[in-house]
Write a protein that binds this ligand. Structure first.
Ligand code: AP5
Ligand code: MG
Length: 214
């Protein structure tokens, strides 16, 4: 099962992708997480990506496409995978389709987690991310057991650099301009499914499972 998660920044793509990966036992591939790991490790890719990410801009397509195509060709992806944060532009979607077609494959589902802009800004201010394992929390909707500490690995929880209100606004603008056209793209491909992302996390997941099957 090959799945793409679509949705605005903060719509809950990562939250749902982790649940999908656990239930269907397929890898969760988040380009944002890959870039953040590279930034943390001080790699060349991380240095390049950071200059764009901190401004709320997309990292150039050429730095993303090969990375994802290589990743989905790895052994553990043979039963499928869930892509979170990729593709994000029409050229990225076309490059993915082309790479899959060369192997006689195609994506099965593009799931759009639909959340209006006004809910997003409020959500992002409350998000906290673990500096150790990357787990995501929310001060109100998914609070850690101990304030400021990750339940899973015990490391510190921080506000992501790009979650400051002015950067969130910028990311939303970039989303509408460059990523939203993918809704049309996957509608035409016949694989778009939309779920209401404003309801509780468990209810969003239930809607997704009803699409993907038990
Ligand atoms: P990325 O890391 O992908 O960020 P994003 O798309 O902006 O999305 P987020 O991770 O912020 O949100 P999410 O939808 O995963 O929401 P979450 O589940 O955390 O990308 C970051 C940057 O990297 C980009 O800006 C770009 O620069 C670069 N980049 C990455 N991929 C790229 C690509 N392909 N091409 C070019 N550049 C790329 O949920 C958000 C919060 O809400 C959490 O606190 C969560 O607990 C809470 N929440 C979730 N669901 C619910 C719910 N139903 N009710 C209440 N709260 C909820
Ligand atoms: Mg995410």
């Amino acid at each position: 099962m090959k799945i793409i998660m679509l949705g605005a920044p903060g719509a809950g793509k990562g939250t749902q992708a982790k649940k999908i990966a656990a239930k269907y036992e397929i890898p969760h591939i988040s380009t944002g997480d890959i870039f953040r790991a590279n930034i943390k490790n001080g790699t060349e890719l991380g240095k390049k990506a950071k200059t764009y990410m901190d401004q709320g801009l997309l990292v150039p397509d050429e730095l993303v496409v090969d990375l994802v195509v290589d990743r989905v060709n790895q052994e553990d992806c043979s039963r499928g995978y869930v892509l979170d944060g990729f593709p994000r532009t029409i050229p990225q979607a076309e490059a993915l389709d082309k790479a899959l077609a060369a192997q006689g494959q195609k994506m099965d589902y593009a799931i759009d987690v639909d959340v209006p802009d006004q809910n997003i800004v409020q959500r992002m201010g409350g998000r906290r991310a673990c500096v150790g394992c990357g787990a995501t929390y929310h001060l109100v909707y998914a609070a850690p057991k101990k304030e400021g500490i990750c339940d899973t690995c015990g490391a510190e929880l921080i506000l992501r650099d790009d979650d400051k209100p002015e950067t969130v606004e910028k990311r939303l603008g970039v989303y509408h301009e460059q990523t939203q056209p993918l809704i049309d793209y996957y509608t035409k491909a016949g694989i778009l499914k939309t779920v209401d992302g404003t309801v509780a996390m468990e209810d969003v997941f239930e809607a997704i499972v009803s699409i993907l099957g038990e």
